[in-house]
Design a protein around this ligand. Structure first.
Ligand code: GDP
Ligand code: GDP
Length: 441
């Protein structure tokens, strides 16, 4: 797996960027020889591609000294481990001599660098703030992002993957068996995950076929539902009650969910109807969306709530989980069995949708109709033009749009395209849709 290092003087926003990219999944590594300070390693998964990210944290606390001692031993070693470096500066308040020292060093080492200006919430005033100083570092025009507000992060990720691929690194996530359907049941402790799993397994529609322990404490179980093999990921986490202290149960359940999510195609997100949508649910749903995993939202324990509460839950779903508004929403009760068959049907439906291929002719008819009715925004006289589109991948569906100039297509416009695809044919119920733009002349 390719390794990307975040480097920059203190306070430029390295760890904020790290957290933004990794999204909570991290492992602390502190036993590498020669490294005295902790640095943080995490994995970035995006649109079925992956790399390892390292935040160098305090390694560059004292850049003036680095060149002499630290850089020679530790940093050199570390830098040589990296395939690509994100060199981060503060794009708001100008540069310091420390930035210059680091830049000189990186240039001399001839290391592959992506130059990033962080804290740019307002790109319009960037050059008037920074002047030509920014070019003095010798890395050209930076990618302007705001790690704190999530601006241009997609752009940065695209650039990272493009550079890694150009350098010959393989970035695509391998999945051992593409055809096998994998499902993660996630949710807060006590939401009813194990009850739901047991209900499905105990249903007359199901037949347990295989239990495979991949490691000591993750167990995946394959269940044939209506004859279709479905592997439930990390059922140990569902079956076994956590022995962890109560205070940390929620934290561990999130870590566990992220892990399961990573290995799955569909996430069944279980929410306790009495509790409603929580922050952790939002966070995990966001990760599912970002990582191209389909989602089914389940309000469990619906036997405990009345009709009014159900309506309120649907409203909060639209508000707090709007980014997975394509998900089926199901009310279930493992007590009365309400909604459980609907859930099984929904799993079957979404499992078909994630592998669906949109016929190119159909897709282009939709695209053409949409762009006739809603012309793409432009700059001056220049208007965005879509020549044609085609679906280049499934699980998750990725649609490549060949256009005259990608910079003319705003995110709201692309959202409009995604919505149109859904509205016209609802082909991808449950799954996010990714659009990629390619310049074509
Ligand atoms: P590090 O020392 O390089 O790891 O920097 P941190 O990630 O700890 O961030 C330093 C400070 O900058 C913190 O107060 C952050 O909240 C702030 N910060 C980080 N990213 C941004 C950003 O995109 N915009 C703004 N305005 N502040 C940011
Ligand atoms: P998990 O921690 O998410 O796996 O949750 P469990 O499946 O262990 O359920 C937690 C508690 O909620 C248990 O006491 C279950 O009996 C109860 N429970 C689960 N599903 C339902 C339901 O649909 N209705 C009601 N009233 N209680 C439920």
């Amino acid at each position: 797996m390719a390794t990307v290092l975040i480097i920059g003087r203190p306070n430029v926003g390295k760890s904020t960027l790290f957290n933004r990219l990794v999204g909570g999944r991290r492992a602390i590594v502190d036993d590498l020889p020669g490294v005295t300070r902790d640095f943080t390693v995490g994995r970035v998964n995006w649109q079925q591609r992956t790399f390892q990210l390292v935040d160098t944290c305090g390694l560059f606390e004292n850049p003036e000294n680095i060149v002499e001692e630290k850089m020679k031993e530790v940093t050199l070693e570390l830098l040589s481990e990296g395939d690509l470096i994100l060199f981060v500066v503060d794009g708001r308040f100008g540069l310091t001599s420390a930035d210059q020292v680091l830049a000189d060093y990186l240039r001399k080492q001839r290391i592959e660098v992506i130059f990033v200006a962080n804290k740019v919430e307002n790109p319009e005033s960037f050059y008037s703030n920074m002047g030509n100083e920014i070019f003095s570092l010798g890395f050209g025009d930076p990618i302007k992002i705001s790690a704190a507000h999530g601006l241009n992060i997609d752009l940065l990720l695209d650039e990272i993957f493009e550079r890694l691929e150009t350098l010959g690194h393989s970035v695509h996530l391998e999945s051992n068996d593409e055809s096998e359907l994998k499902i993660a049941i996630v949710g807060k402790p006590n939401a009813g995950k194990s009850s739901i799993f047991n209900w499905i397994v105990g249903s007359p529609r199901s037949l347990v076929t295989e239990v495979s322990g991949t490691t000591r404490d993750t167990v995946d179980e394959t269940v044939e539902v209506d004859g279709i093999p479905i592997t439930f990921i990390d059922t140990a986490g569902i079956r076994k009650k956590s022995k962890v202290k109560v205070m940390n149960v929620e934290y561990y359940s999130v870590m566990r969910a992220i892990d399961a999510l990573e290995r799955s195609d569909i996430m069944v997100m279980v929410i306790d109807s009495a509790d409603g949508v929580g922050n952790q649910d939002q966070r995990i749903a966001g990760l599912a969306e970002k990582n191209g995993k389909a989602t089914i939202a389940v309000f469990n324990k619906c036997d405990l709530v009345d009709e009014r509460r159900r309506k309120a839950l649907l409203r909060t779903f639209k508000q707090d989980l709007y980014f997975i508004d394509y998900s089926p929403v199901i009310f279930t009760s493992t007590l009365t069995g309400e909604g459980m068959d609907e859930l099984i049907d929904s799993i079957k439906l979404v499992s078909k949708k994630i592998d669906l291929r949109l016929p190119t002719g159909l897709l282009n008819t939709i695209l053409q109709r949409y762009s006739e009715g809603t012309p793409a925004p432009g700059k001056g006289k220049k208007r965005g033009k879509i020549y044609y589109g085609s679906q280049i991948a499934s699980r998750p569906p990725i649609i490549m749009l060949n256009v005259n100039d990608p910079s003319l297509f705003s995110e709201p416009y692309l959202r409009g395209i995604r919505n149109t695809i859904r509205l016209n044919f609802d082909p991808f119920e449950g799954t996010p849709i990714f659009l990629k733009l390619r310049r074509k002349r």
